[in-house]
Design a protein around this ligand. Structure first.
Ligand code: HEC
Length: 151
């Protein structure tokens, strides 16, 4: 009788401990997935533009403009997908980014400045004007990845 009672208590405690933990895991998994998805959309725009800049695809001023606009928009989204504690084994975010919030946000701002300048350059319709602006945007991605993203 006593054993049964203890087993019951133990089961209750175990369920009580494991439920919040797995709910937490699911929440973090969702946060990581949202973040990686947002970056996938951003990266896809860069890929479209890179093809044209590097001559692998014909330059299409309208398509380039759409990609630049979308990249600039996504650059305003990604700073908001790093809630504290949103790390798990499938995330490549380095933990230091949450301790260096000011620097991390500055790198985000740099990227926003570059993507905004790229939008302006795209309006010229001139690939020679676009190229340096595109290069500067790519460099702003790399600056953060080198520091805060695991390979
Ligand atoms: C201020 C920091 C920062 C900037 C700026 C930044 N990134 Fe990232 N990026 C990250 C971090 C951190 C991750 C890892 C996210 C994770 O796995 O949780 C990441 C991941 C990615 C991924 C992989 C997504 C996946 O599915 O795993 C792509 C693609 C990407 N970034 C593209 C870009 C591009 C393109 C730019 C520039 C236009 C850019 N990033 C700018 C920090 C940044």
């Amino acid at each position: 009788m006593k054993n049964r009672f203890l087993c019951g208590v133990l089961a209750f405690v175990l369920v009580g401990l494991s439920l919040p933990v797995s709910a937490q895991d699911a929440r973090v998994a969702g946060q990581v997935k949202l973040r990686q998805s947002a970056y996938t959309v951003l990266g896809a725009q860069m890929g479209i533009m890179a093809g044209m800049v590097q001559g692998r695809a014909p330059y299409d001023a309208k398509a380039f403009q759409v990609a630049a606009d979308r990249a600039a928009f996504m650059a305003t989204v990604v700073p908001d997908v790093f809630p504290a504690g949103s790390m798990n084994p499938s995330s490549k975010a380095k933990a230091e980014l949450w301790n260096n919030a000011a620097e991390f946000q500055k790198l985000m701002k740099d990227m926003q400045t570059r993507t905004a300048a790229l939008v302006t350059a795209a309006k010229s319709g001139n690939l020679e004007t676009i190229k340096p602006a595109f290069g500067a945007t790519g460099a702003s991605c790399k600056a953060c990845h080198d520091k805060y993203k695991a390979d």
